[in-house]
Design a protein around this ligand. Sequence first.
Ligand SMILES: N[C@@H](CCC(=O)N[C@@H](CS)C(=O)NCC(=O)O)C(=O)O
Length: 199
Amino acid sequence: MKLFYSPGACSLSPHIVSRELGLSPQLVKVDGKTHTFDGADYYAVNPKGSVPALQLDGGDVLTEGAVIVQYLADQKPESNLAPKAGTMDRYRLQEWLNFIATDVHKQLSPLFNPLVNAEAKASVRARLETRLAVAAKTLDTHEYLMGHFTVADAYLFTVLRWAPRLEVDLAKWPSLTAFMARMRTRAAVKAALTAEGLE
Ligand SMILES: N[C@@H](CCC(=O)N[C@@H](CS)C(=O)NCC(=O)O)C(=O)O
């Protein structure tokens, strides 16, 4: 398998999950500005142009981080990084993944955009607070979103890693800062950060 990634981007989530599972997809670095990798056109791999993308050995390409992490976890069901498909727990996991993708990740995106003005960014940050409070409430009483470590935690960690750069202050939620610190102690997380040149 090949995992197309850009350092520190949301592709860090499937990268962490791969390492948690002991899978070793070939890491292919994509230049997010030129949408190329090794001189080749990334749009030919993923017409959306975004990372992550996972190319399977048979040639199929999977996109969408929330789907890729489930595919990876399903390769090693005994890991319980994603509960068995069809169970209520799996739907709970998907609730978290969809929430992180749409209500956290894609809310953070405008904060990276230099064309978005300060007033609009302030409004985005205010809305984000209500979403972060939801995750924080669960983490007040659980070490991980589902109680035990799952792929949703890798995704939440990946997007909250951007918070300081985007002037989103996680200190308001001690359970979120504790979660980030807990995640950083995991060997797979450390290895992924090092491999992407982030630490
Ligand atoms: N819907 C996609 C969005 C992925 C996404 O936003 N990727 C960003 C990096 S975090 C990206 O590649 N942006 C550059 C681009 O789209 O050209 C997913 O959830 O996987």
